[in-house]
Structures are given as structure tokens and as C-alpha cells.
Design a protein around this ligand. Structure first.
Ligand code: AHG
Ligand code: MN
Ligand code: MN
Ligand code: MN
Length: 332
């Protein structure tokens, strides 16, 4: 019943989550609580980010994470905030985070959900006041409750997601999420401390004229990727690349376009992580009428073998992603 689902622009996120829950007769409210916990942590992280230029918490932490990247202080701060909110909220038994080598056991053995999170995406942009984000993905655990989560709980394909979303800390802060029933975007009003529905039922354009790829690696693009990039140039597309996946994705979602992070010499399996970067955005884009793949296969159907595994990533307007896939299929 579509009329039941339509809520007016200006509805607060909390009310929206509550009303959506009422649409599912047997919903127990645990997923709703989990989403509210994430939104609360997002507000706290938003505050930290806004203050990062003032107090000396931005900048290198002098530590490296499991990916061998230099951890920024705000990576650490955001990771702590989200994990704390999810642990205190009680709904997640296990968390997979970019910033933690091993899956985190929250101690919530009754928690029915697994969360995979990139607490702070685009961290190289923190110190230069460019948009950054958070990406999250939620799965139902497959093991029985009463015990800690298992590896099987963590390594589910993206088709099993029950919710996914991102926060963009940009010229305004937004939270965009799906529970598999369309995509809705909420804009943060900092003086009120509330997210308000501003982008109901987001639909991505069927095609577009933006392509987003780090062309600094073009010497090592495969022939198919190189040919597709040439096609974008011949068609006089606009090149747009912020270097924060969330921000690049969000722009293309609203305006139409394609984002590509293919295999390169430096990152032979691609750079982006399946569990907490690719799958959540793939779920969102499909819910908005878009398409996502590794160039050959649907992102959501890739079988994960490890929490931090990487994959090539082609995402955006359905016609452009399908076209890129055709270029790759013609590779010799
Ligand atoms: P993170 O900051 O969470 O480690 O993610 C970095 C990712 C992503 O945000 C961005 O799109 C991509 O790295 C940029 O990579 P390049 O600098 O290689 O283009
Ligand atoms: Mn990182
Ligand atoms: Mn990231
Ligand atoms: Mn990150």
C-alpha cells in the first residue's frame, strides 16, 4: 500500500523510522532501534567533524590500521563513537569495522543483527575541509541468539542486507538509508539536533553525463576500462572525483553518472572494501533504480570470503554501468 508509505517532507527521522516500522505488522522494533542508534552516533561524529579544525584532533594519529593506511584521529574517534552506540544500543551482536582487523564482539549475545561499517570514509579529505562520510550495512544474524556472532554471520552476501545507509558530512549533513523499500534522504538541522526528511523516495537518473574515476591510475587500467573512459571523454562527459566515495556516490546518485574504482597496478583487486563500502552502496543504488557490479557480476551477489576483502566497483546510473560492463566484456 503505497499511500501508507508516503510521509511528507519535513518528517523527522525518528518519526519516519517509527512509522515505517508500523507498516510491517510483526516488526519488533529492533531494527528501528538499531537505525536510531546509528543516527545518534552520526550526530556525535558530525559534531566532532565540525570542531576538528578548532581543536587539535585532526591529523595523523601516528598509527596504522590493518589496511596499512595511516589512521587519522577522526577515523579513530568515529570508530569509537559508532561502536559505543551500537554496543550500548544492544541490537548488534557483532560489528565489522574498517578500523578493526577482527570482527568486534559487542557482548550483546541477544542482538539479532550484524553491522559492517566504514566509520569515516574519505579520511584523506578531513584536513582540507572536503566532504567525508560514514557507510553502514546491516544483516540479520544466521546463528542462534544467546551466543556471540560467528564468521558465517559476518560473511553474508549483500543480497542478505536488511538495511544500509550512509551519512555525508558535507555543505550540509545528510543521512540516506534503505531497508529495501526505496531510498530516503534526511538533512540535519544542527540547531535542532534533528534529521528531517528532505529527499523522499530517491530515484537515480537512468543515465547521466558524469564519470568519476581516479585517472591518475589510467596507465594500469584494463583495455575495457580504458576504452570506457575514452568513451566518456568522446561523449564529453564531466569528470568529477572528490576522493571521498560517499560524496562521489551521493552526487552521482542525485545527478546521474557512474563511479568506477577498477583494478589498478597499485590495487590489483580494486581498492574499495566489499562489506562496508561496496555492498551498502550497491543496495542503495539498486533501491534507487541504479546498478552496481564488479564489472562482470552484480556486487550484491559476490560471495565474501573475508571481512576486509576488496573488489572492483562500478556503480551508478543503470545504463552507464551496463555500458561499462559491455566494454569490459569486449576486452581482449
Ligand atoms: P577510507 O577513507 O574509508 O579509507 O576510504 C578511502 C577510499 C574512498 O573514500 C575513496 O573514494 C577512495 O579511497 C579514493 O582512493 P584514491 O585516492 O586511490 O582515488
Ligand atoms: Mn581508511
Ligand atoms: Mn572508505
Ligand atoms: Mn574509512
Amino acid at each position: 500500500d503505497a499511500s501508507k508509505l508516503a510521509l511528507p517532507v519535513g518528517t523527522t527521522l525518528d518519526r519516519f523510522i517509527m512509522r515505517k516500522q508500523e507498516d510491517f505488522p510483526y516488526a519488533t522494533g529492533e531494527l528501528s532501534q538499531l537505525l536510531r542508534d546509528i543516527a545518534l552516533a552520526a550526530k556525535i561524529v558530525n559534531r566532532e567533524i565540525n570542531r576538528s579544525g578548532l581543536i587539535d584532533i585532526a591529523g595523523a594519529y601516528g598509527n596504522q590500521n590493518v589496511q596499512g593506511e595511516e589512521q587519522q584521529k577522526l577515523d579513530v574517534v568515529a570508530n569509537i563513537r559508532f561502536i559505543r552506540a551500537l554496543r550500548n544500543g544492544g541490537e548488534a551482536c557483532t560489528i565489522i569495522s574498517e578500523e578493526d582487523d577482527e570482527a568486534i564482539d559487542t557482548g550483546n549475545v541477544q542482538g539479532k543483527y550484524i553491522v559492517a561499517i566504514d566509520p569515516l570514509d574519505g579520511s584523506s579529505n578531513i584536513d582540507v575541509n572536503v566532504s567525508i562520510g560514514t557507510i553502514f550495512s546491516v544483516y540479520r544474524r544466521v546463528s542462534p541468539t544467546g551466543q556471540p556472532g560467528t564468521a558465517a554471520d559476518c560473511l553474508q552476501p549483500g543480497t542478505h542486507q536488511v538495511a544500509a545507509g550512509y551519512v555525508i558530512y558535507g555543505s550540509s549533513t545528510m543521512l540516506v538509508y534503505t531497508t529495501g523499500n526505496g531510498v530516503n534522504g534526511f538533512t540535519y538541522e544542527p540547531s535542532l539536533g534533528e534529521f528531517f526528511l528532505s529527499h523522499p523516495d530517491i530515484q537515480t537518473p537512468r543515465t547521466g553525463t558524469i564519470y568519476s574515476i581516479n585517472e591518475g591510475s589510467s596507465n594500469s587500467f584494463s583495455p575495457g576500462v580504458a576504452a570506457f573512459v575514452r568513451h566518456c571523454q568522446d561523449a564529453q562527459f564531466s569528470a568529477r572525483y572528490i576522493g571521498s566515495l560517499v560524496a562521489d556516490f551521493h552526487r552521482n546518485l542525485l545527478k546521474g553518472g557512474i563511479y568506477l574504482y577498477p583494478a589498478t597496478a597499485k590495487n590489483p583487486a580494486g581498492k574499495l572494501r566489499l562489506m562496508y563500502e561496496c555492498n551498502p552502496l550497491a543496495f542503495i543504488v539498486e533501491q534507487a533504480g541504479g546498478r552496481s557490479s564488479n564489472g562482470y557480476a552484480r556486487t550484491l551477489e559476490l560471495e565474501p570470503a573475508a571481512c576486509h576483502q576488496r573488489c572492483p566497483f562500478f556503480i551508478g546510473s543503470p545504463e552507464l554501468v551496463a555500458l561499462a560492463e559491455r566494454f569490459l566484456a569486449q576486452e581482449t
